[in-house]
Write a protein that binds this ligand. Sequence first.
Ligand code: FHN
Length: 587
Amino acid sequence: MKRAMTTLVLAGVILGGLAARATDPAALKERNETQAQRDARMQWFRDAKLGMFIHWGTYAVAAGEWDGKEVGNCGEWIQCWRKVPAAEYAKLAAQFNPVKYNAEQWVRAAKDAGMKYVVITTKHHEGFAMFKTAASPYNIVNATPYKRDPLKEFVAACRKHGMRLGFYYSQNLDWHHPGGGGGEWDPAHKGDPDAYVSKIVIPQVREILSNYGPVDVLWWDIPGGAINKPRADAIHKMVLGLQPKIIMNNRLGGGYQGDTETPERTIPANGFPGRDWETCMTMNETWGFKKNDHSWKSSSTLIRQLADCASMGGNYLLNVGPTAEGEIPVPSLERMTAIGKWMKVNGAAVYGTSANPFPRKPAWGRVTQKGEMLYLFVFDLPANRRLVLPGLKNKIKGAWLLADSAKAQLAVASGETAAVTVPEGAALDPYATVVAVQLDGKPEVDPAPMTVIAQGADGLLALKAEDVVIRGETAKLENDHIGFWTNAGDSVAWTCSITKPGEYKVVIEYASETKSAGAGFEIAVGDAKVSDKTVSTGSWQKFSTATVGTVKIGKAGKTTVSVRALSKPGDGVMNLRSVTLKPVAAM
Ligand code: FHN
């Protein structure tokens, strides 16, 4: 029954993964639109894939320190971490004078990084408005020596460079204005939430949606708290009256789904099938500037996260936290330059694409699709250099490295062993190599493929855990190996296509804790069988290889390689990462 359930669930995930964006009717009702109208409104966002998030406020003056002491966690929360009363915290504004701010430079940096939209904080939880507002004197024009509205220049630069514009607004948390969410550490902050919404939120949101022209994204944050249903209704209604096409995320509150899911600093394993979504990500560990946060993610990590999001039909909103002087930190700019260089060559594999058509992410990387093209992002090229495309029903018409303007054709196989082979000596990109694959039509994929593993040109047959079929109750794929193999009756099997009959050495890669060592197992290659017992590798996470014996494969064609337990002295049989058949002699 469990097995059947597993299949059912898998099928469910597969179908969910492949589902078109059939929006929840409630979400359509929120905007009083049809699916077609929503699709038209969301198309630029779906095509854009990559944006820049900007967290900028007086917290940049603090820069992660208060009273000379480093404050942990995100820099834009420093007032909360140190429970600073509003009146004391507001003194930062008098030190906020971003004389090095250059909106043109910021937008150019985003554009050169391949970013298609930017979302900038207009008011974060500190309650400080980064724009001229009549609702409160606590704003950059009235409360700082800078006296200018940086949003005006920023918006002008976005218009000049064709950059879509988004405003972030903290509608609930506001640690300055009485009645705002949070701020309970400051008795002076106590107030009426209705007054806060009507005197601060409504007027300020009206200002940012009226005074800067068309706004493409409104990025709410922290739903709930001060924003109950009636207040959310009033805000939502006003926004649509001012900017009817605007995209809003799922964080307004009041039960509004919004247009986009917003995982932050994480990438959901399967995306959000059927929903638009965007992962927002810090380059280090903070949204707002912290002078001592040097834990920067590598450019490779950031590019692969972008590919991961795009491969699941999502966007990647990458954050910068400018300094109080108005500069984007150099490490952020360095990463944006690297991303831009990579996007210049590989952007076609990202922009305007949709999710991977295959039911699972390949172990070697990610996949996107666009029209009759597949784009294979190779993070870790398999030893046999084959990029298997399980269940692909199309004929592959051609394949080439996207970076190769000459489009030198790569070896391809269609049918049950559909794959593209990356030749020795191919120029690989250290961040991610993209292979373009031209099909004979839009991708068609078997939603529950039986992966057929082919031999490499050298005859090697590399059978990896992610391509195995599991028969049993407990064993399951766990990252790059089969784990939880606690039921001796479970077994695993691969379907292989043999093109080179001959004698082969059978090599297994497994891990076993000491007290489970000694488990007997048998590997069957067609009718030929070899067996052995496990030895301790030290832990379930420490893998080693062992040659189990040699087998003869007498004829070409499809054959099954399986592994089953013969005995189980301890908790588990083994953690199995791979079985490899290495040619000894041709027949
Ligand atoms: O509390 C904020 C945080 O400061 C930052 O703005 C992130 C960005 O998505 N949103 C909230 C945390 O979920």
